[in-house]
Design a protein around this ligand. Structure first.
Ligand code: PBG
Length: 326
């Protein structure tokens, strides 16, 4: 009889035949940055995740580096008073996000820092693009995104992450970066970003929910797969260095198809709702946290992601060291 169970008989044999493994080098840890000093505020919608002021964020990054996490994506939490229609604070010389990038890169020159380019953290409308009469303006948004990307690259970002889903923005940003002398700064494009309910906790963290309407005229319809291939083709031809799928665990088929069709590295964003859902289920004793987290990340990797942006990054690293639940 052919017995597949022979290859599952012991932990050592299972280790030998394991086809996929998540390593710390695959992971990017998203962090939320606040203006000010000595602040560490827990995000109630994301237990275990915090908004940090720069001084404490630097300590947190140092702790993560000791655990083996070396890539981070940074999001700014901007006060309402600084938000306006055009998100002008995003490129202001006073912007704490830009100043902190420089500070972090000066302190830890070897880490990889990834930015977020979109209007929503800075916009009084809470949308990723400029709003006029209830409409999101595509081409009028591009110069703002271009300027934001260049300001972030000037500040020291390694990789620019446009998360806005405006048409043509990857090519536009690439051109502006090149003109500004940032030929070496990469673009991780949010290629297939779906209009998802799973961003809810993040919008709470940033207080960035749309003031009116939804994001369905720019983020993708969860029903569509072939459209992701079109977005991928465009981003690739416009000069993206990474293609991202977001969210991750409900969109494994999209990760898979992009990884088969593109030669670029595929990133997957394991978003706030995916994190909070497991966190809260675990807190209620329904699902084992470590096993659930490891399985979720593994499934994303198995689907074809080279890079995983995940709020589990630090807990995952700790779970490896403590050698828990294997
Ligand atoms: C917005 C942006 C969002 C996320 C990253 N960048 C939210 C949105 O599109 O409304 C979500 C990340 C998460 O849920 O973890 N530019």
């Amino acid at each position: 009889m052919i017995r597949p169970r022979r290859n599952r008989a012991t932990a050592v044999i299972r280790d030998l035949v394991r086809e996929n493994e998540v390593t710390l080098k695959d992971l990017v840890y998203p962090l939320f940055l606040l203006d000010g000093k000595s602040k560490k505020l827990e995000i109630s919608a994301m237990p275990g995740q915090y908004r940090w002021s720069a001084d404490l964020l630097i300590n947190e990054i140092e702790e993560c580096l000791k655990l083996g996490i070396q890539s981070f994506v940074l999001f700014p939490v901007v006060e309402d008073g600084l938000k306006d229609r055009t998100g002008s604070y995003s490129c202001s010389g006073k912007n704490f996000y830009l100043k902190t990038i420089t500070q972090i890169k000066r302190r830890f020159s070897n880490i990889c820092l990834i930015s977020d380019v979109a209007l929503d953290p800075y916009s009084s409308d809470g949308h990723d693009g400029l709003v006029e009469d209830g409409k999101i303006l595509n081409d009028e948004t591009l110069p703002i995104l271009g300027e934001m990307a260049v300001a972030q690259a000037d500040a020291g970002m390694d990789i620019i992450g446009p998360s806005d889903m405006m048409d043509g923005r990857v090519g536009y940003i690439r051109e502006k970066l090149d003109l500004a002398g940032h030929k070496e700064v990469g673009i991780m494009s949010y290629t297939a970003k779906y209009a998802s309910a799973w961003y809810g906790p993040f919008r709470d963290a940033l207080d960035s929910a749309p003031k009116s309407g939804d994001k369905k005229t720019y983020q993708m319809d969860p029903a569509n797969k072939r459209e992701a291939l079109l977005e991928a083709e465009l981003d690739e031809s416009e000069g993206a260095d990474f293609l991202m799928v977001k969210p991750a665990s409900l969109y494994l088929d999209i990760i898979h198809v992009l990884s088969e069709q593109s030669k670029l590295p595929i990133a997957a964003y394991n978003v706030s709702g995916e994190y909070s859902m497991l966190r809260l289920a675990a807190a209620n004793g329904l699902i084992d946290y470590k096993q659930g987290m490891q399985e979720m990340l593994l499934a994303i990797k198995r689907a074809g992601a080279n890079v995983i942006l995940t709020y589990f990054a630090k807990d995952f690293a700790e779970s490896l060291f403590k050698n828990m639940s294997s």
